[in-house]
Structure formats: structure tokens, C-alpha cells
Design a binder for this molecule. Structure first.
Ligand code: FAD
Length: 466
């Protein structure tokens, strides 16, 4: 029996939902332990406050609720060794760059003066914000010892309801969805979004402060609604991905790659909203818990959004599975070899539980056509813009998790499209923040699947369905 509304389903969608749910049941405990119980994966360093929104003045969209705040770690002693700037600083040096695997091999054969010290793994070297590899899908989070970064415990700052809403939040979602307008931007909607251009047409004054901006905002909303409608139909076609049956079907002039871009964003949005509905503050009782009407209003009536969460889970899972070899060679750098081995084994156990190859998600069918080469570049630049928009989120906690998850998806796309599963010699470097974001994003999706299952049970119980 199909558990979801017919709108978003193709013939094999039930199988794909079931497959992913079964995998999730098996995988969730590993993921949970990794993200909650290891220092490496439960802390994160990012620029939470130091970057200004590059697209508009965000003063009006700020959330003043207590629930929007993030407790950052100010005291060096509170920060686990593996994340301390002091420790990172130790490894800093003039030649401590990110050599690709090929250069590393060459260096081993013919060491350069001042190359990395004995026993210093590449992964442990300090990372620079502005060292953006051309194959990155995100603007890298700052890991340098000198730059202003904020340390946060992800465990102590869980993603949940904050009360951030209204025009500010809508403006951010609007700007994000606008990155999806590859070839057919809405008319009179300001400049088309492109790398570093403004999603709101270069506006720098207050949100919707004049009629032109209001018009632009309304158009964005229309686009979002239109895309929301189309998604229900489109997802019926692209849905097969999760079952490994995604075929590059042309639909409504939208190619596979563009559909995937939309689904990643919509799935991230749906997953965030699932979490806030699941961990909601009842303002009458002061209790935190699931809010069924929130779920029904935002997700249950939109099967395409739910299917996009499953789609994203499949995509991220495939990326993590593809990293098995990479993790085997990875240095976790905590200076405690026992802890490092434990962390590595946990990640390897997780990766080995994921079916290998295209069974879960087949990325090899994307960007195959020579015509899609420039599309890949466009895809990457647009995703980078999405990561920039995150600096416009007016709620600290939402910004933290928004940035982390964007980084997680960006990392997954990088792994899927730029990494070679069998020969890692030309793989781009993988930053620590990327690996942490990837696994925490997977954990968020895994949590969404569990929450959806619980919400469905609640609905069945309420409606007397046996
Ligand atoms: P919104 O969720 O703001 O959506 C706007 C419009 O987009 C909807 O009206 C609909 O037309 C369309 N839409 C909605 N969902 C989808 C989808 N999945 N796919 C396609 N179209 C869709 N709030 C919290 O309480 N906690 C958080 O941690 C949190 N994190 C956030 C992170 C980011 C990056 C952003 C931008 C917002 C975050 N928010 C968070 C706010 C939250 O996502 C909503 O914006 C807010 O609750 C207001 O919801 P809304 O009902 O107005 O619709």
C-alpha cells in the first residue's frame, strides 16, 4: 500500500520509500552515535556572525527570540582538542597548503623544501577560508587559526523551532529558490541570478522598503508557488532516483540536472520544517514536542516535499558510501590515536552499511551530455550562491543549521560529481568542516524520516486507521 498521496508517486516509489526507510532503520543508530558522541563530529567551526548578508540589508529580518540564539564556545578550554585553534595553529606553515593527492605523491618522491612535517597529515593542516577549490559547491567555512570563527557544540544547540518566520524568512527562501531559475527567469525580476549577483536584483536597502522591491518580492513568491506546484508533477518523474531507476527524462523543458537542483533545495527546506514541527515549543505549556498541525500544514499536504526529503537522503547516502576509501586514509587529528581509531571505525561501519554503486542513487547519469558541461559550472555557482544567502538568515540558530546543511549538500555534490570512487589521486581535498557537515546533514535527514514516520502514525491514530 502506498503511504503517500498519489501526486508524487511513480510506480516504484513505494519500493524506494520502503528501501530508504529500511536502510534508515539500520543506519540511524550509527549516525546518531557519530554525530552525538564523537568530538570530531559534534563540534563545528564557522563564521556565524562575522559575515554580512551580501545581498540586502538584513537588519529588519533579525529574530530576537531566545530560541534563535546560539551558545558559542568562547573559552578555549571548552573546545575539544581536535577543534582548537591553538592546535590547528601548530600545523600552520608557509607551505601548508592543500596539495592534491597527486602532488603529495610527487612530494614524497621528491620532497620540496618546507613541505609538511613528519607525521603531519594533510587533513590536519589549517584550512583557509579564501582557499576555494574550483570544484567546491559551497563557500568554504573558515577554519584558519587566525580568522574569526565561532565554535559551536551541535549537540548543545539542536535544530528546532525558533519562531523565526515572516518576511525575513520568506525573503531568504525566495532568494534560495530563485537560484533554481536556470534558463527561464521570471520577467522583470531584476538581473538573473549568477555567481555573486544579488538574488534580489542588487537591492541593498531595507527589505521590501519600496514598491520595486515589494514587486520583486511578490514575483519571487509567485515563482516559489509556481515551482511548488510544478514540483508535484515533476517529482513524479524524478522520484525513481531513490530506487536507482532515475532516467534522464525531459519533462516540461526541465532537464534532469535542474530538477535535481530544485529537489535538493526543496528537500532541505522540507527537512528543516520537519524538524521545527517535530521539536516545537508549545507556548501555553512551555513543553517541547511534536506539533501535528504544523506538520499537516507544511508537509503532509505536500507529498512532493516529503519525496524530496527522501530524495536528499538517497543523494547524501550515496555520497557517504562513496567516501569509504577516502575515510580509510583520512586522519582525524585529535592527537589521541585511540579516539581517532574509534571515530574512523564508526564512520567506516556506517559507510559499509550503505549499498555501494548506483543502487541507491545514480549520479553517473548526470552531466553526461556535452551540452551539460557548462550547466555543471552553472549548477556549482548557483549552489555557491545558496551558501552565500545563508549569511542573510536573521536567526542565529537557523543560520548555524542552514549553513551546516548547505555545506553538507555542497559536499555531497562535490563528492558525487568530483570524486572518483576507485582512484582518489585527483580528488579535490575534503575539509574537516565538509566531512562534519556531510554526516550531520545525513543525520538531519535520517531524523526527518523518523519524524515523518511518527507523524504518520499520529495521523492514523487520530483518524482511527488500524
Ligand atoms: P516557509 O517555510 O517560510 O516557506 C515559504 C514558502 O515556500 C511557502 O509558503 C511555500 O509556498 C514554499 N515552500 C515551503 N516549503 C517548501 C518546500 N519544501 N519545497 C518547495 N516550496 C516550499 N525556523 C525554525 O523554527 N527553526 C529553524 O531551525 C529554522 N531554520 C531555518 C533555516 C533557514 C535557512 C531559513 C531560511 C528559515 C529557517 N526557519 C527556521 C524558518 C522556517 O523555515 C520558515 O520559514 C518559517 O517557519 C515560516 O514558515 P512559512 O509557513 O511562512 O513558510
Amino acid at each position: 500500500v502506498c503511504e503517500f498521496e498519489p501526486g508524487a508517486i511513480v510506480s516504484d516509489a513505494c519500493a524506494s520509500y520502503n528501501t530508504l526507510e529500511q536502510l534508515n532503520d539500520a543506519i540511524h543508530p550509527y549516525l546518531h552515535s557519530i554525530t552525538q558522541k564523537t568530538d570530531f563530529f559534534s563540534y563545528y567551526r564557522l563564521s556565524l556572525y562575522s559575515k554580512k548578508c551580501p545581498f540586502w540589508d538584513d537588519e529588519n529580518g533579525m529574530c530576537g527570540n531566545v530560541a534563535c540564539a546560539v551558545n558559542t564556545l568562547e573559552n578555549e578550554e571548552e573546545i575539544p582538542l581536535v577543534w582548537r585553534a591553538k592546535e590547528l595553529g601548530k600545523l600552520e606553515g608557509p607551505t601548508a597548503q592543500h596539495p592534491g593527492k597527486k602532488q603529495q605523491r610527487e612530494r614524497k618522491e621528491k620532497p620540496l623544501q618546507g613541505s609538511l612535517g613528519e607525521g603531519v597529515a594533510e587533513d590536519c593542516v589549517v584550512e583557509y577560508d579564501d582557499e576555494c577549490d574550483e570544484r567546491d559547491y559551497c563557500i568554504p567555512e573558515d577554519e584558519s587559526a587566525t580568522a574569526k570563527g565561532d565554535y559551536v557544540s551541535l549537540v548543545d544547540n539542536p535544530e528546532r523551532f525558533t519562531g523565526y518566520a515572516g518576511v525575513g524568512a520568506q525573503q531568504v527562501w525566495g532568494a534560495i529558490y530563485r537560484e533554481n531559475c536556470f534558463s527561464k527567469p521570471p520577467k522583470d525580476d531584476g538581473p538573473q541570478s549568477s555567481f555573486q549577483s544579488s538574488p534580489l536584483g542588487g537591492s541593498s536597502s531595507n527589505s521590501f522598503g519600496n514598491p520595486q522591491q515589494l514587486q520583486a518580492a511578490n514575483q519571487l513568491r509567485n515563482v516559489m508557488q509556481q515551482q511548488g506546484l510544478q514540483a508535484g508533477v515533476k517529482s513524479a518523474i524524478a522520484q525513481g532516483t531513490a530506487a536507482g531507476s532515475l532516467t534522464p527524462v525531459e519533462f516540461d523543458d526541465t532537464c534532469l540536472e535542474k530538477r535535481v537542483f530544485y529537489r535538493v533545495i526543496s528537500g532541505m527546506h522540507a527537512s528543516i520544517n520537519t524538524h521545527l514541527c517535530y521539536d516545537y515549543l508549545n507556548q501555553t505549556t512551555g513543553q517541547w514536542g511534536p506539533n501535528l498541525s504544523c506538520y499537516e500544514a507544511r508537509l503532509h499536504g505536500f507529498p512532493d516535499r516529503i519525496s524530496n526529503i527522501y530524495f536528499n537522503y538517497a543523494l547524501i547516502m550515496r555520497a557517504v558510501g562513496k567516501l569509504t576509501k577516502h575515510v580509510q586514509d583520512y586522519s582525524f587529528c585529535s592527537e589521541d590515536p585511540v579516539e581517532d581509531t574509534r571515530t574512523k571505525n564508526m564512520v567506516l561501519r556506517l559507510a559499509s552499511a550503505i549499498p555501494s554503486g548506483p543502487e541507491i542513487f545514480d549520479e553517473t547519469i548526470m552531466f553526461q551530455d556535452p551540452d551539460t558541461l557548462s550547466l555543471k559550472e552553472d549548477f556549482r555557482n548557483r549552489f555557491r550562491n545558496v551558501s552565500r544567502v545563508m549569511d542573510c538568515v536573521g536567526c542565529d540558530k537557523c543560520r548555524l543549521w542552514g549553513k551546516l546543511q548547505t555545506n553538507g549538500y555542497g559536499t555531497a555534490l562535490k563528492v558525487l560529481f568530483e570524486f572518483d570512487e576507485h582512484d582518489s589521486s585527483n580528488d579535490p581535498p575534503l575539509r574537516r568542516t565538509e566531512l562534519v557537515a556531510l554526516l550531520n546533514t545525513m543525520d538531519r535527514l535520517s531524523h526527518s524520516l523518523n519524524a515523518i514516520k511518527e507523524f504518520r502514525t499520529m495521523i492514523d491514530e487520530r483518524d482511527g486507521v488500524p
